[in-house]
Design a protein around this ligand. Sequence first.
Ligand code: NIG
Ligand code: FE
Length: 419
Amino acid sequence: MKKPIWIKHISQLATLASNSNGPRSKEAMSELGLIEDGSLWLEDGKIQAVGTTQDLNERYSARAQEAEIVDAAGHLVTPGLVDPHTHVVYGGSREREFEMRLEGATYMEIMNAGGGIHATTRMTREATEKELFEQTSRRLDSFLQHGVTTVEGKSGYGMNLETELKQLRMMKRLQEAHTIDLVPTFMGAHAVPPEFKGKEDAFVDHIINDMLPVVAEEKLAEFNDVFCEMGVYTPEQSERILEAGKKLGLTPKIHADEIEPYGGAELAAKVGAISAEHLLKASDEGIKAMAEAGTIACLLPATALYLREGAAAGRKMVDGGVAVAISTDCNPGSSPTTSMPLVMNLACISMRLTPAEALTAATYNAACAINRQDLVGSLETGKQADIVLWNVKNYQELQYLFGVNHVKKVWKKGVQVVG
Ligand code: NIG
Ligand code: FE
């Protein structure tokens, strides 16, 4: 039996516990459930007790001998961060495109010339299982080092049945082999493969008739995502794919209004998507529709920065009643990062989220965006013991000292994996 762990004298324990149910918006995004001089008792991979050190002294001092004791005086402790949107499984890398963009080429020009997503698709098709496993494991290790304990991952660098399945099966294998929890999303409609250029509807049919049924049958994904964007998939094509997925039990997500305003936010509300992603160019009507439908806005400020675009209207969305989550978008083209702490900093700096809102967006709301809020995203009795101890004393300092990795220790399911 593994020893229980007692983390004591935490200067600031941000539990993220709240009385509100479901994804948080408006004032609820600032409810961090703070405890001064806090304590956590971890056992059997779960949180057994949360409170002040005084509370836990009363309940657990008789068992103190058998526990490993961690003194967290001077430190902030939060739930393990959740990254609800990544493209973490891919082959190769695209550093030359980074240079090309700085020389003046746009993201869409590079993609339309056969680079971008198409380049990674070629490299992912060519990658051996071993290469894909090793490359992705290294990225997952880096996520852990940055305090991230749950990661969503999308297919979409296959764009044929064989390689889409290869990516999704790799996620299944990594879910078993790696400490991190991986949540899989099918994204066959990530771009239009060259063989289907000008025959987009035929590729949509192919996804619906030949890919989705296999993905559902093998239970390889929980979510179904599309790149709804001018020059990629229209809102009508996106809707067909998402509705077909729904019939097979896959919950919709949409890469929406990233490059041009295109009605993606409105579509997300219409099809009952759990979240809409990017939203740099989302319309006011779209934002309103999302607030009414309860669609989570999954915002990716590192992507906006990396593409040198203005960030999404995060402040306006929170004030307008949209529950906001944030994510790295970890991918080889528009956001090659695994740093959720940087993403929290950017959520404050470029979208004017407050430090408290940014933390909610990276924990509880992020967990809601991948339907894991009953397991992770807050520190409450019975939840998974996914915990980060930071080298700062409070949550404001975490967001204020930016671009630095403040992680000191990470526990995943009650086992220390970093520090
Ligand atoms: O979310 N927008 C589309 N897909 C990814 C980028 C993928 C890539 O460039 O390889 C994104 O930004
Ligand atoms: Fe993405």
